[in-house]
Design a protein around this ligand. Structure first.
Ligand SMILES: Nc1ncnc2c1ncn2[C@@H]1O[C@H](COP(=O)(O)OP(=O)(O)OP(=O)(O)O)[C@@H](O)[C@H]1O
Length: 297
């Protein structure tokens, strides 16, 4: 086990969150840690070594993380610590060098529409309209659900833009279209790699609220990568802090803030306390990452 617990808000990566405690404790804990239901992700002693110019580069080394179905987990870590690498292994774009990634108890064997991926740069087809983009995934599988598409346009505030092309929309609307494109596939798991980091502060806040609404309605599993400590806490059930490269789990912070949440929660004392703990945890790793970048480590 590679995690380190340093205070009461941090839990082992595979520990049951406090609110899942039940009267028959051990039995429930066992079923929780071993569950392989729809939407579970189990990263087991995963390492990834790249073949880089100067030789092997170990990006991730001994990563362990169990994500329960319908959990919202955010990942914080310094630049280059392997966050995207971990996500791409869960997405099935990359294979781990060692260890394994299980989804619903089965080893990941390539990409699958049940695992939807969103990046900072949207992947909308520029030559297709928003409507064509949103329908593209289900259409490929002959599974377009008209009600679902209509609801998504409504939910994402995209009505009236069905026949627009991506370049005709603002950055925030493009990311809403990207979310609609992802949700049209009805994924069990949403993998989000800094999806809002290119947006201005106000648009980012609106997108965070939109995502919380969508998640609270549908309860999908979300793995969300960010550099933004405030965003990580605002959205998550648990915040995973990774070490500097080679990345592994350093800390897991249980976010015991009430749901449903909105962005006002950031002004509460408890939020600030969690933020201080996350900042402390990541600070040392950010320094190490900087030393690595400067060739001092
Ligand atoms: N295809 C590749 N070949 C060689 N090295 C790679 C490759 N992809 C990533 N790396 C290296 O692996 C390390 C981890 O990269 P990764 O993108 O996973 O980190 P990250 O934490 O997501 O970074 P950032 O926060 O800057 O996006 C980095 O040092 C990166 O340069």
């Amino acid at each position: 086990m590679s995690e380190r617990n340093t205070d009461d808000a941090r839990t082992d990566a595979n520990e049951r969150p406090a609110d899942r405690t039940g009267p028959d404790g051990d039995e429930q804990f066992r079923s929780w840690t071993e569950s392989s239901g729809t939407g579970t992700v189990n990263i087991k002693d995963m390492s990834k070594v790249y073949d880089a110019d100067g030789g092997d580069l170990t990006a991730v080394d001994g990563m362990d993380l169990h994500i329960e179905a319908e959990e919202f987990v955010t990942v914080l870590g310094p630049s280059g610590c392997g966050k995207s690498t971990v996500m791409e292994c869960v997405a099935g774009y990359l294979d781990p060098t060692e260890g394994e990634v299980l989804v619903n108890g089965e080893p990941v064997d390539g990409p699958d529409p049940s695992r939807g991926v969103v990046f900072q740069e949207n992947r909308l087809f520029p030559w297709k309209t928003i409507n064509e983009n949103v329908r593209f995934g289900p259409q490929m599988r002959d599974a377009v659900d008209e009600n679902r598409v209509e609801t998504l346009f409504d939910q994402m505030g995209l009505e009236g833009f069905e026949n627009s092309y991506p370049h005709e929309l603002s950055g925030g609307m493009q990311q809403r279209a990207e979310l609609a494109r992802l949700l049209a596939n009805d994924p069990d798991i949403m993998l989000m790699d800094e999806p809002f980091s290119g947006l201005d502060a106000m648009t980012k806040e609106l997108m965070q609220e939109k995502l919380l609404d969508v998640w609270e309605d549908d309860d999908r599993t979300v793995l969300f990568i960010t550099h933004d400590v405030e965003e990580a806490i605002l959205l998550a059930d648990r915040v995973v802090v990774m070490t500097a490269r080679p990345g592994r789990v350093k800390d897991v912070i249980d976010v015991d803030l009430d749901r449903p949440r909105d962005t006002d929660v950031v002004t509460t004392d408890r939020f600030k306390e969690l933020q201080r703990r996350a900042n402390e945890s990541i600070h040392e790793e950010a320094e190490r990452a900087m030393e690595q970048a400067e060739g001092r480590a």
